[in-house]
Design a protein around this ligand. Structure first.
Ligand code: FAD
Length: 478
């Protein structure tokens, strides 16, 4: 009796409970991936995610072939139809998959449960993408946590996540293999213009790349993580976010590998707890999304529905293009466009600038990130944007409005990050590189810059923009 192993955001064979259970059943296994652009609605995979997905699927197909002599069947369309067809074609009576937590995905699972059930087919969902399942960590009153610190404390006092599973040695193939689309025909990678050119020097999508990123991080960077993670010019973090999003590595694997590394080394205790805490933020975002499915679209704090945004397309475009006149923001936006990634500190500053200095709705920034980040993740992106905009659960207090120039001076003191991504400012002395408008004419001349021609004048004045944002905030009835 064939089992369809439906891969989703779990593109790996290590520590894969659904795959493990399929192997344990002993019968033939048919691996499948469905490209579904309809169920997610406006949250269908964005451009950068599609590039990543292409490469990740190619790697998974190669792994399944070489380790198990199994093909990865690719189909595009509506999962209910495709799974029903494929069960008929292959004679399968069971479908195994990993759970997903996006609201559209969760309701799809419910519908499938129903529609496949009516055909006598069982859908079994396995946990595998999180350390702690949503719903399993609740307050004493049985309600969802809305504040991170007590949430994470509760997680840390729950039993440790289980040790990761090793992949099975064998997975039997079905006697007959159904037809598959060709990955190339899906055209997931950008064609003309190929804005992802050069990304494969920076990224290695797939489980092998994930394992390499983890090993490099634990070997070289865990020891100075809590300091270096905030310095955008350094590669101080793990770079695991796209790998975690696509499930090329499980969070349990990351958790246990990092814990092992720190075992018996007191100098790493603090660093480890900081790193696990960041995995904790990922958990928290997923718990929020599970309990509050409106998170990607609506402000968590209802008062913010009345926020007086001042929608302006040209301001949004200038921000997207990295042409705001605030060097740290512009550097971040250009890093994003050129690599599919932006440093976390700079994400916070760039997002704050859009929502508070420019008064553009956080949803517009969220949508841009969704399309351009290789780690675009509905839970993390929505929760983070709401956090920065001040309308989220446990959000930053609204009045803490980042000063982009001061943030630059603090976290990029020599201007190395800005010089790299905004090369027109490369020759400015460090004291002006984050605030070119304050540079005396002689310094600008020596650096060969005419403001307004070679680099934009600031779109807004920080002090005035800050006052305007605070006024807008005060207009809300809290
Ligand atoms: P590390 O510092 O090595 O952290 C390890 C892992 O912990 C990350 O891979 C990630 O899975 C998780 N993590 C770290 N920081 C956070 C955080 N603040 N919130 C939730 N999880 C976190 N992260 C995404 O994965 N996808 C997104 O779409 C996304 N959008 C963001 C939007 C904004 C406006 C902001 C401020 C942050 C966003 N983040 C998002 C969170 C964070 O910036 C990235 O997870 C992080 O920069 C990834 O780099 P890393 O893997 O090297 O992180």
């Amino acid at each position: 009796d064939t089992i369809i192993l439906w891969f989703r955001q779990d593109l790996r064979i290590n520590d894969h409970p659904a795959l493990q259970a399929a192997a344990a059943a002993g019968g033939p296994v048919l691996p499948l991936y469905i490209l579904d652009d309809d169920s997610p609605g406006r949250w269908r995979a964005g451009g950068a995610s599609r590039w990543w997905l292409h490469h990740s699927l190619a790697e998974l197909a190669t792994t399944l072939k070489s380790k198990y002599r199994l093909p990865l069947v690719l189909r595009r369309g509506e999962p209910r139809q495709i799974l029903a067809d494929l069960c008929r074609e292959s004679g399968a009576s069971r479908v195994f998959c990993s759970r997903q937590y996006e609201p559209w995905a969760a309701s799809l699972e419910e519908q499938l449960h129903q529609s496949l059930g009516e055909m006598g087919i069982t859908l079994r969902r396995f946990a595998g993408s999180l350390l702690f399942e949503p719903g399993s960590v609740l307050t004493g009153a049985g309600t969802p946590f809305k504040v991170f610190t007590p949430f994470w404390k509760a997680c840390r006092s729950a039993p440790e996540p289980r040790w990761p599973l090793s992949p099975p040695d064998t997975l039997p193939a079905p006697a007959q293999l159904p037809a598959s689309d060709s990955l190339a025909d899906w055209q997931l990678t950008p064609r003309k213009p190929d804005w992802a050119r050069g990304w494969d020097e920076r990224w290695q999508p797939g489980s092998e790349g994930a394992a390499a990123a983890l090993a490099a991080f634990l070997g070289d960077r865990l020891g100075s993580y809590s300091h270096d993670r905030d310095v955008p010019a350094l590669r101080g973090t793990s770079g695991l976010s796209p790998h975690l999003h696509f499930g090329e590595i499980s969070p349990r694997t990351v958790w246990h590998a990092a814990s092992q590394q720190a075992r018996g080394n007191p100098a790493l205790t603090e660093e480890l707890s900081r790193f696990l805490g960041e995995l904790g933020w990922r958990e928290f975002s997923y718990h929020l999304l599970h309990h509050f499915p409106g998170l990607p679209d609506e402000p968590f704090r209802e008062a913010f529905r009345a926020f007086p945004w001042q929608r302006n397309d040209s301001l949004l475009k200038a921000w997207q293009a990295g042409q705001t006149g605030y060097p740290l923001v512009d550097a971040g936006m250009r890093e994003l466009w050129q690599t599919g990634y932006m440093h976390n500190r700079v994400r916070m500053v760039a997002a704050s600038f859009l929502t508070k200095h420019l008064l553009q709705p956080w949803q517009d920034g969220e949508a841009w990130f969704w399309d351009t980040l290789v780690d675009a993740d509905l839970a993390n992106n929505a929760a983070s944007w709401q956090w920065v905009a001040g309308c989220g659960a446990d959000a930053a207090p609204y009045f803490r409005i980042f000063n982009p120039s001061a943030q630059g001076g603090k976290f990029d003191p020599d201007g190395e990050y800005v010089r790299h991504w905004v090369p027109e400012l490369a020759r400015l002395p460090a004291r002006y590189v984050h605030c070119p408008v304050e540079a005396p004419p002689a310094a600008l001349e020596e650096a060969g810059i005419v403001l307004g021609r070679d680099y934009p004048l600031p779109l807004v004045d920080h002090r005035l923009a800050r006052e305007r944002a605070l006024e807008s905030y005060r207009s809300l009835s809290q």
